[in-house]
Every structure is written in structure tokens, then in C-alpha cells.
Design a protein around this ligand. Structure first.
Ligand SMILES: Nc1ncnc2c1ncn2[C@@H]1O[C@H](COP(=O)(O)OP(=O)(O)OP(=O)(O)O)[C@@H](O)[C@H]1O
Ligand SMILES: [Mg+2]
Length: 242
């Protein structure tokens, strides 16, 4: 299987504080990989390091076989990596469609083209078409998350990084959002899912990695990994996860 993303002994942090230690992660083409772990384990830091938001050495991150560690974020987006960030970070004071148009304008300048258009996105999340002229701050949390995902998809990613897209949402809305992922993957897009809900992470991914205090403590095929293994990797031993 073709490798889209790989990290090699990835270390990253904030000033003097080291948040990642020797993290090796691989993502293959069309694959969904879940990244789980307790608060502060380093999941968002991993995504930030991949996106060029933290300084890392070039060889620590490979995309499409080439070293890209430390590449500025806008260049990473151009290369085909998009992030649905923690907290969504939409442009408030702007409508749904204007938020989405920012991504369309940005990606129209890329050499690389993709299949996502506004109408295709509205098929994926019909509510966004209904709310196209609504300011994003008037939307529900789930609808805002759909805009955030839409904005990332309109960058035509080959790799989509999702940071806790289910956080704070009702189960029905979470199901609706996760139901869109097979369609995304059907375009050949690989997905990294940072997820606190272990059951959801397992069922939505092909493989998973568990992190603890900046290190990968478990990895394998999601269907083969047991709750006991996850409990141990999650807390460092002796606990089971509900
Ligand atoms: N901007 C920052 N400055 C300093 N330390 C930070 C910063 N962001 C995160 N950290 C620290 O880095 C470590 C990893 O944080 P990170 O946000 O990557 O965890 P996480 O796994 O995403 O957790 P959560 O589930 O709470 O989102 C934590 O100890 C955190 O306190
Ligand atoms: Mg986080």
C-alpha cells in the first residue's frame, strides 16, 4: 500500500517543554487512522507538527515520500494536507458560504485539482446549503463542525487531519458527521482521526495509535486491538476503558 504520511522519530514541543518523543506513525493511501489518548497526551501537537505549525526537522515528517517537516502550513495545504482544527476556528461574522469560499479561492490557486465543489459539499451536508447565508456563529455546534470539515475538503486534501470532530456534539450529530467519512475516503483521501471516544475511534478506523505522555504506547489494526490493551496503553497500565 502506498504511504501518504509517515513520521520518523518525531519530536516536538513548546519552548523548553517537550510534548512528543520519537513518534513513528504511518498513514497509507485511502486509510483511516485513529489517534487516541488522554488529555495532554500529545495528539493535537502531533497534528500541529505535521501541519508545519511547530518547528521540526525535515526528515521527521514525510508526505508522498518526500521530507516535509517544518514546511510552512500554507505549503502543506498546497501539497494536499488539510486540518479540521480543535475548536473549529471559523471566520465569525461571515456566512457559511463565505467561509467555504475562502477555501475555494485558496485552492483555486493550487496546481493540484480535486473533486470537491460547493455543490458536492452541499450533497454531503445538505443542511449547509439551507444555511448558506447564515452567519456561522448562529449555527449549532454540529453545523459549525460541518463547515469546518467542508472548508478542509474544499482544499482538496489527499490527507485530512481531524482533531476531535465529535467533541461536545450529540450522538445523533456525531453519527451524521462520521457517516460522511466513507464518502471522503472513497475519493482516495486518507484520514487521521484524533478522537477521545475510543469506541468511535475503533469503529471508524482501519488502524489506531494510542499515545501517552508524548509517546506511542500501542498501535495496530483497530478490529484486532482489545479494550484491555487500549486501557493499558491509555493510562499506563491496569485500567480498562468503558
Ligand atoms: N501552546 C502550548 N504551549 C505550551 N504547552 C502546550 C501548548 N499546547 C499544548 N501544550 C502541552 O503539550 C502537551 C500535549 O498537548 P496536546 O494539546 O497535544 O494534547 P492532546 O492529546 O491534544 O490533549 P486534548 O485531548 O486535551 O486535546 C500537554 O502537556 C499540553 O499541556
Ligand atoms: Mg488536543
Amino acid at each position: 500500500m502506498t504511504e501518504v504520511l509517515s513520521t520518523h522519530g518525531l519530536v516536538a514541543g513548546y519552548g523548553d517543554f517537550q510534548a512528543l518523543y520519537d513518534v513513528d506513525v504511518e498513514v497509507h493511501e485511502g486509510e483511516a487512522v485513529a489517534l487516541i489518548g488522554a488529555n495532554g497526551a500529545g495528539k493535537s501537537t502531533f497534528l500541529r507538527a505535521v501541519m508545519g505549525l511547530l518547528p521540526v526537522a525535515p526528515d521527521m515528517v514525510h508526505f508522498d515520500g518526500a521530507p516535509v517537516g517544518g514546511t510552512p502550513t500554507d505549503r502543506m495545504v498546497q501539497k494536499g494536507v488539510a486540518i479540521v482544527p480543535e475548536g473549529r476556528r471559523l471566520f465569525t461574522g461571515m456566512s457559511v458560504s463565505d467561509n467555504l469560499r475562502v477555501a475555494i479561492d485558496q485552492s483555486s490557486r493550487f496546481e493540484r485539482k480535486g473533486c470537491w465543489t460547493l455543490s458536492r459539499l452541499y450533497q454531503l451536508f445538505p443542511i449547509l446549503e439551507e444555511k448558506a447565508r447564515t452567519p456561522v456563529e448562529s449555527l449549532s455546534g454540529g453545523q459549525q463542525q460541518m463547515v469546518s470539515i467542508g472548508r478542509a475538503l474544499l482544499c482538496q486534501p489527499r490527507l485530512l487531519l481531524c482533531d476531535e470532530i465529535s467533541l461536545g456534539l450529540a450522538p445523533r450529530v456525531v453519527r451524521e458527521i462520521y457517516a460522511a467519512l466513507p464518502e471522503v475516503r472513497a475519493q482516495g483521501t486518507s484520514v487521521v482521526l484524533v478522537e477521545q471516544d475510543v469506541g468511535l475511534a475503533k469503529s471508524a478506523s482501519d488502524r489506531l495509535y494510542c499515545m501517552l505522555e508524548g509517546r506511542v504506547t500501542l498501535s495496530g489494526r483497530s478490529e484486532e486491538i482489545t479494550r484491555e490493551q487500549i486501557g493499558e496503553a491509555y493510562f499506563g497500565g491496569g485500567h480498562a476503558v468503558g
